[in-house]
Design a protein around this ligand. Sequence first.
Ligand code: ATP
Ligand code: IP8
Length: 242
Amino acid sequence: MIVIKLGGSAITKKSEYRSFNESVVVNIVKTLKGINDNMIIVHGGGSFGHIKAKEYGLPGFASERTMKGMNIVHNDMANLNLKISKILYSSGIYNIPLPVSSLVYDNKKNYAVFGKYLNMGITPVSYGDTYIHGNKIGIYSGDNIAYDVARRFHPSAVVFFSDVDGIYDKNPKTNPDAKLLKTISGEFQHDDATPDVTGGIMNKYRKMRGISDLGIPVYLINGLYPERIYNIGKNNFTGTVI
Ligand code: ATP
Ligand code: IP8
C-alpha cells in the first residue's frame, strides 16, 4: 500500500479562490491508475482551503467569525474533495471520502476505518480540513493526515505531489538559481511570507522527516509530471527523496 498526498499547489491555482486544476488531477489520476498497488489518497486545500481560512482567522478561538469560517472552509473542501472523488471514480478507482472531522477530535485520532475500506479494495480519500481542537477551530493539514496514516498503516512509500520539482536549497519560485536537493536530511531555506495557514513547505518537510524516521521512504514529486513516480529508485528520477 502506498500513501499519496495531492498538494493544493498542484491541484488548484493557490492564489485564485476555488480555482481547480482539473487537467492536472485527471493526469495524476491516470498515472495512479497505472500503479498496481492499494492506495490511501490525501489531498490538500490550495485555494479551496487556505484563502478563506486566513480571511476568517483560522486556526483560532471559537467565535461567530471563526465558526462561519469553519463552515465556509469545510464546504469548499468538501466541494474540492467531490471533484477529486468523481475523477477517481471515472478512472475506475472506487473511493470513499473520509473528512478529518470524523477522524480527529482534540488529541484523539481514529483511523481504523481506513483499514476497513482498504481491505475491501476501496480507496480512502481524506483531506485537510477544519476541526475542533479544545476551544479552538483548528485546521488539520493534509500533510499531518499523511503522517498519521503512514504511522498507523506503515505503507511501502509515501509520495507528496506539489507544484515544484522537489525541495530546493531555497524557494525556487522566488530564486531562479535555487538548486534541487535530490536527497535531503538537513535544513533548507523557505519563505516566511507564506500564504498558507498550515505552515507551507516547512510543515510538509517536518512531516516528511517524521515519516522517514518511521523507516518509510518519502518522496516529493512535481504533480505536473506525475509519471515521474515510475522512476522512483532509478538514476533518472526527478524529485526529492527524504
Ligand atoms: P497545500 O498545503 O495547499 O496542500 P502543497 O502541499 O502543494 O499545498 P505548499 O505548502 O504550497 O504545498 O508548499 C509548496 C510550495 O512551497 C511551493 O510552491 C514553493 O513555492 C514553496 N517553497 C518554499 N520554499 C521552498 C523550498 N526550499 N523548496 C521547494 N518549495 C519551496
Ligand atoms: O493544504 C489544509 O490542508 P493542507 C487545508 O494539506 C485547509 O495544509 C482547510 C486549509
